[in-house]
Design a protein around this ligand. Structure first.
Ligand code: DGY
Length: 321
């Protein structure tokens, strides 16, 4: 059967699809397909399955341009780019790639926490610019983590793993908010549940965000909630940009109402809120928290396995409902 992939992904998954006897077509555009290009490509290829990316908006128009497609197997764990109601009403199965990127994204969030509190990026820029004139007692002073409080918003797989690393590896105290308590965090990580995000924001020295993007989490960190953070606190976001009101964040960073932020995701990718890139107290990276060779190969394989399962009449491994 025919599988269409909307952009080049690691070969490992494509190999699995071909070994399973499927014909694979991959967009040859070096970039995100526009809606019109995506619809045109699907009409041209008429695939039985599609592997889209988180940068593709998948809605009724897209489903209707691939009427034969039984499954859209996203090459991502996030699925906020897919209209699940439109899929459901057409009987199209949606899958994602959970689990394989948990450790990678957690390691990245931890790296951002360290880079920010230890001022590693500023130190790098300072040194490369030739400004380092010798050791100095007050040069680029950062903050310790041991004994401080990490506030975790979203205690799913990634939030739990970050909590575990920061508790066991860095001796941080963990407080977390989610819609329900996490048994593993309570019993194995000595983390404390808080019933509101406000409680976490008021208490934490570092806040790390790991909620999925849903209607209920859009602008979870709005101006009012950002104002609740300690002036000495840091904020890290490796989940989805729209969870934070980015312009409100620029305002609190500009006026030093919080100490700093590290962002891998943005409200309107790839655009940045005006003023964000000019700030010194922020680290910005281009949505690469899951971007390791190993993990991207596993994501490719997982998307392929979901397609193979559905096209052979079975149940996909990672159905999104
Ligand atoms: C995902 O898979 O949703 C991640 O954001 C990719 O980095």
């Amino acid at each position: 059967m025919k599988v269409y992939i909307t952009r080049r992904i690691p070969e490992s998954g494509i190999k699995l699809l071909r070994e399973a006897g499927h014909e694979v077509a991959v967009s040859d555009k070096d970039g995100v397909l526009t809606k019109q290009e995506l619809v045109g490509a699907l009409k041209e290829h008429n695939p039985d399955a599609v592997i889209p990316l988180l940068t593709d908006t998948i809605d009724a128009e897209v489903f209707d341009s691939a009427p034969q497609a039984k499954v859209f197997a996203s090459y991502s764990v996030g699925f906020n780019h897919i209209n699940l109601d439109d899929a459901k009403s057409r009987g199209v199965i949606i899958t994602n790639t959970p689990g394989v990127l948990t450790d990678t994204v957690a390691e990245y969030a931890v790296s951002m926490i360290c880079a920010m509190t230890k001022r590693i990026v500023e130190g790098d820029q300072f040194t490369k610019k030739g400004e380092y004139k010798g050791w100095a007692p007050m040069l680029l002073l950062g903050a310790d983590l041991k004994g401080k409080t990490l506030g975790v918003l979203g205690a799913g797989r990634i939030g739990s793993r970050v909590s575990e690393i920061m508790s066991k590896g860095f001796d941080m105290n963990i407080v977390y908010y989610d819609i329900k308590e996490n048994e593993f965090l309570n019993t194995q990580v000595n983390a404390e549940f808080r019933s509101t995000p406000e409680d976490v924001l008021k208490e934490a020295d570092v806040v790390t965000v790991h909620v999925p993007l849903l209607d209920s989490t859009r602008h979870l960190l709005n101006a009012d909630r950002l104002a609740m953070m300690k002036p000495s606190a840091y904020l890290v976001n490796t989940s989805r940009g729209p969870v934070i009101d980015e312009q409100a964040l620029v305002d609190v960073l500009k006026s030093n109402k919080i100490k700093g932020a590290a962002l891998d995701v943005y409200e309107d990718e790839p655009n940045l809120a005006p003023g964000l890139a000019e700030l010194d107290n922020v680290i910005l990276t281009p949505h690469i928290a899951s971007a390791t060779q190993e993990t991207r190969e596993k994501m490719s394989e997982m998307a392929a396995k979901n397609v193979i399962a559905v096209l052979s009449g079975g149940e996909p491994i990672n159905k999104v409902e």
